[in-house]
Write a protein that binds this ligand. Structure first.
Ligand code: C2E
Ligand code: CA
Ligand code: CA
Length: 233
């Protein structure tokens, strides 16, 4: 789990669940960059995402029952899912079998799925929102972003990609783009999460621009669930 914080108050506001693979023959955890692309090709990505959702829903329910101050936790749903017309129902059923309130689960979609099947994506987003799940657009600003997709997708959260915060030349151009993206999201009634923020000066700047949450090494790296649970206690 990688926590998300309010940059104004430094309070915990949420987290993202990020998969890790512990292989017996390897000393370190295997990062998703090494296996997600393979599962996206062979189709098993669907099972990975369901596995993650099941575990997150189960953890949230256990923390809730233990009296923790739970925050919403987001899970990634790969674009490969969108060929399934009952994706939203599948997600709802998995969360319901754990008995977890829907407002504690958020779904992260990558915008690139929009270009595969726009109508399927819009219909899934609408259903998820009807069920009470927050839906976020992941990796906004990386690669294929299109402002037009924001117009058509009724999303709750915009996740500003780490690219915005890397190699900032300090000439102010990067800051203008970020500030305007936050403004745009606000006008569309969306919350913003800045991803991959590593330096404190950027936290101050993002707070001053009204960015709602920061998820980055400047606060915390992804951590095992026991460490994350202590932050909510
Ligand atoms: P993502 O969804 O964009 O997740 C954010 C990635 O940025 C994570 O990498 C996180 O560890 C990293 N990160 C966060 N803050 C910082 C920072 O300040 N500096 C740097 N250098 N990195 C930061 P991770 O965990 O390696 O995941 C990589 C990608 O793998 C994710 O990117 C996501 O696309 C995919 N992924 C992870 N778990 C799942 C999953 O359960 N299902 C699916 N479909 N994809 C997943
Ligand atoms: Ca994500
Ligand atoms: Ca991302």
């Amino acid at each position: 789990y990688q926590p998300k914080y309010d940059p104004k108050t430094d309070e915990l506001r949420g987290a993202e669940a990020l998969i890790r693979w512990k292989a017996p023959e390897e000393e370190n955890m295997i990062s998703p960059g090494r296996f997600i692309p393979i599962f996206e090709k062979n189709g098993f990505i669907t099972e990975i995402d369901h596995y993650m959702l099941r575990h997150v829903a189960k953890d949230q329910k256990a923390w809730l029952d233990a009296g923790c101050k739970c925050v919403p936790i987001s899970v990634n749903v790969s674009r490969a899912h969108f060929i399934e017309s009952d994706l939203a129902e599948q997600i709802r059923d998995i969360v319901d079998s754990a008995g977890t309130p829907h407002e504690l689960i958020e779904i992260e979609l990558t915008e690139s799925a929009f270009f595969d099947d726009k109508n399927a994506m819009i219909s899934t987003i609408k259903k998820l929102k009807d069920y009470g799940f927050a839906v976020s657009m992941d990796d906004f600003g990386a690669g294929y972003s299109s402002l037009n997709s924001l117009k058509e997708m009724p999303l709750d959260v915009l996740k500003l990609d780490a690219d915005f915060f890397r190699n900032d030349e300090g000439d102010g151009r990067g800051q203008i783009v970020v500030a305007e993206a936050i403004k745009l999201a606000k006008n569309l009634n969306m919350r913003t999460v800045a991803e991959g923020v590593e330096v404190r000066e950027q936290v101050e700047f993002l707070a001053s621009q009204g960015c709602d949450m920061i998820q980055g090494y400047v606060y915390d790296k992804p951590m095992p669930k026991e460490s994350f649970a202590r932050k909510m206690a």
